[in-house]
Design a protein around this ligand. Structure first.
Ligand code: MSP
Length: 501
C-alpha cells in the first residue's frame, strides 16, 4: 500500500468561503477519494491561514480582534466543507499551538543550517498579496494582481538565503519532470527560478499578529513563511517524527495558479534548507471566473457554495466544478451553464439510465436484478472505458475521468434504445440486456463516486449491491461481471429531478 498525502492551500480568514475556494477543495477531495479507491493509505488536509497584516487590518475594520475574526471565519469554512461532503482527515488552523511550535522548530532548523541572516529591506508591498513587488512588476504603482496601490515598506528583517537554492531547484526540476503539473505551470516556475532568485525577507517587526521568531521574539515570521509550514505541522513535524516520516515527502499539493511562486519556488527551497526532501508533487489549477473575472470580495462577484449546494444538492455542485473546468485552465462559472449541464448530464443521462433500468427490471424481472453477460458489446466498451477513466483519475484529470464515465452511460442508454427491452417478453434476452445495464451502473457508481459520493452510494444501494461502495478497490472492482445477480433492485424517486431553472 502506498501513502498519499493530499493538501489544499489554507484559506485566508478575512474572506468567507466562495465558489473559488470551494473549487480547490472539491478537486482535492475528489483526488483523495480516488486514491482511497485505488487502495492507497490517504491523509487529506485542509485548513485556514490566520496570521498576517491582511487579517489584522480586516479584523480591526470589522471591530473584532484578529482571533475573533479567525474563529468566526474558520468555523464557516468547516461548515461549508461539511455541506459539500469534503472528506478531510484534519483541519489545520495556523493559530493553533501545534502549528506555532512546528513553525518555530522548522525555521530554527533552517537557521541552524545557516540559511537565515539579518538585513534590512525596503520595497513596494501589497497587503492583499502579503508580498513585495519590484517597480517593474507594479502596474502604474498598483499591485499587478489586486490593482490596489502598493505601499512603501522599510524594515529590519531576517532573510532566507533563497539565492543559494537556485541551482539546486533547477536540478530538482530537471530530475523530476512531473514535479509540477501541468507542464505549462512547471515551465513558468522553472523560468522564474532561471531568471535569478533573490534572498527573501521572512520576518516582520511592525506586525504582531504572527508566530514569534524563537531567537529574536521582537519579530514575527512573515505570514507566508508560517503558512507553508502547515503542511508539515499537520503530520507531526517537530512533535512526532515517526508520523512525519510516514507521510513526508508523499505529499500532493493542489494550488491555484496565483500562488505558484510560493509553492513551487520558496517551499521546496525551504524544505531543502530544513534538511527535508521537497514535496513529491504540486498540481496547479486555473481560476474560476464569473463573467470573465476572478471571484473576489472587492469585486463582489462571489458565489456562496453553501447556497448553491442547498439549491442543487452538494453532489451536483461538485460534479459541475469537476466536469466543467479542465484542471490547469481557467473556467467561467454561470448559473445557466450549471442548470444546462445538470439537466443534460445528471437528469437526462445518468439519472435516466438508473431509473429506466430499475423500472424495466421491476416490470420484466419481478424487481430482481439478472446477471450481466460476459462477452456482450457493452462488456467490451465498459472494460476499456472504465480503465481509461481510472487512469484519468490517477493522472489528475477529473474532467476526463468523468467524460469517460459518461461515455459509458451513453453507450448503455444507446444499447437500451436499440434493443428496447421494455417491449420484449420476459426471458433470457431481456435478462442479459438488463444484467449488462446493471453492471454498467455498478461500474459508473465506483468511477463517479469521487465526484458524487452521496448519489453514487444511493445508486449502489438501489441496485442491490451487498458490499459497501467505500470498500471497493480499483482495478479489481472495475473488472466486468461482478454485479451480484439475484439482488432486489429498488426504483426509488429520481436521483436528479429535472430543473426548469
Ligand atoms: N492563504 C494563502 C494560501 C496559503 S497556502 C500555504 C491564500 N489564500 S486564499 O484564500 O487567498 O486563496 C487560496 C486558494 O484559493 C487559491 O490558491 C486557489 O486555490 C483558491 N481560489 C481562490 N479564488 C479562486 C478562484 N476564483 N478560482 C479558483 N481558485 C480560487 O492564497
Amino acid at each position: 500500500m502506498s501513502r498519499y498525502y493530499q493538501t489544499t492551500p489554507i484559506y485566508y480568514v478575512n474572506d468567507a468561503p466562495h465558489l473559488g475556494t470551494a473549487y480547490t477543495t472539491v478537486v482535492a477531495d475528489a483526488l483523495a477519494r480516488w486514491r482511497r479507491i485505488a487502495g492507497d493509505d490517504v491523509f487529506f488536509l485542509t485548513g485556514t491561514d490566520e496570521h498576517g497584516q491582511k487579517i489584522d487590518r480586516a479584523s480591526a475594520a470589522a471591530g473584532l480582534s484578529p482571533q475573533e475574526m479567525a474563529d468566526r471565519t474558520a468555523s464557516r469554512f468547516v461548515r461549508a466543507w461539511s455541506e459539500l461532503g469534503i472528506s478531510n482527515d484534519d483541519f489545520i488552523r495556523t493559530t493553533e499551538p501545534r502549528h506555532h511550535s512546528a513553525v518555530q522548530a522548522f525555521l530554527s532548523a533552517v537557521n541552524d543550517n545557516g540559511y537565515i541572516e539579518k538585513g534590512s529591506y525596503e520595497g513596494l508591498y501589497c497587503v492583499s498579496c502579503e508580498d513585495y513587488f519590484t517597480e517593474g512588476e507594479a502596474v502604474g504603482g498598483n499591485c499587478p494582481i489586486h490593482g490596489k496601490p502598493l505601499e512603501w515598506m522599510s524594515e529590519e528583517n531576517y532573510f532566507f538565503k533563497l539565492s543559494l537554492f537556485e541551482q539546486k531547484l533547477i536540478d530538482y526540476y530537471e530530475a523530476n519532470p512531473e514535479f509540477v503539473r501541468p507542464l505549462t505551470k512547471r515551465n513558468e516556475a522553472l523560468g522564474f527560478i532561471r531568471s535569478g532568485l533573490r534572498d527573501i525577507s521572512i520576518t516582520r517587526k511592525a506586525v504582531q499578529w504572527g508566530v514569534p521568531v524563537p531567537w529574536d521574539p521582537g519579530h514575527v515570521f512573515y505570514v507566508w513563511y508560517d503558512a507553508l509550514i502547515n503542511y508539515a505541522t499537520a503530520i507531526g513535524y517537530g512533535t512526532d517524527q515517526e508520523r512525519f516520516g510516514q507521510w513526508w515527502p508523499a505529499v500532493h499539493h493542489l494550488i491555484g495558479k496565483d500562488i505558484i511562486r510560493f509553492h513551487c519556488v520558496w517551499w521546496p527551497a525551504m524544505c531543502m534548507a530544513a534538511g527535508l526532501e521537497p514535496p513529491h508533487r504540486i498540481v496547479v489549477h486555473g481560476w474560476l471566473l464569473v463573467g470573465g473575472e476572478k471571484m473576489s470580495k472587492t469585486k463582489l462577484n462571489q458565489i456562496d457554495p453553501v447556497e448553491l449546494a442547498a439549491d442543487f444538492g452538494a453532489d451536483a455542485v461538485r460534479y459541475h466544478l469537476l466536469r466543467d473546468v479542465t484542471l490547469g485552465s481557467d473556467g467561467d462559472f454561470s448559473y445557466e451553464g450549471m442548470v444546462g449541464r445538470y439537466n443534460a448530464d445528471l437528469a437526462n443521462n445518468f439519472g435516466n439510465l438508473a431509473s429506466r433500468v430499475a423500472t424495466v427490471v421491476d416490470r420484466k424481472c419481478g424487481g430482481v436484478g439478472p446477471a450481466p453477460r460476459p462477452d456482450s458489446k457493452l462488456a467490451q466498451a465498459a472494460t476499456s472505458l472504465a480503465s481509461a477513466s481510472a487512469s484519468a483519475w490517477a493522472d489528475f484529470a477529473p474532467q476526463d475521468a468523468l467524460e469517460l464515465a459518461w461515455r459509458l452511460i451513453r453507450e448503455a442508454n444507446a444499447e437500451l434504445e436499440a434493443t428496447e427491452p421494455w417491449k420484449m417478453e420476459p426471458g433470457a434476452a431481456v435478462d442479459g440486456i438488463l444484467g449488462d445495464a446493471l453492471e454498467v451502473l455498478r461500474l459508473v457508481a465506483i468511477l463517479v463516486s469521487p465526484a458524487m459520493p452521496t448519489a453514487c452510494a444511493e445508486l449502489w444501494r438501489r441496485i442491490g449491491m451487498r458490499e459497501r461502495l467505500s470498500d471497493q478497490r480499483a482495478p479489481e472492482a472495475l473488472e466486468w461481471g461482478a454485479y451480484t445477480a439475484g439482488a432486489a433492485v429498488e426504483k426509488g424517486s429520481a436521483l436528479f429531478p429535472r430543473r426548469s431553472s
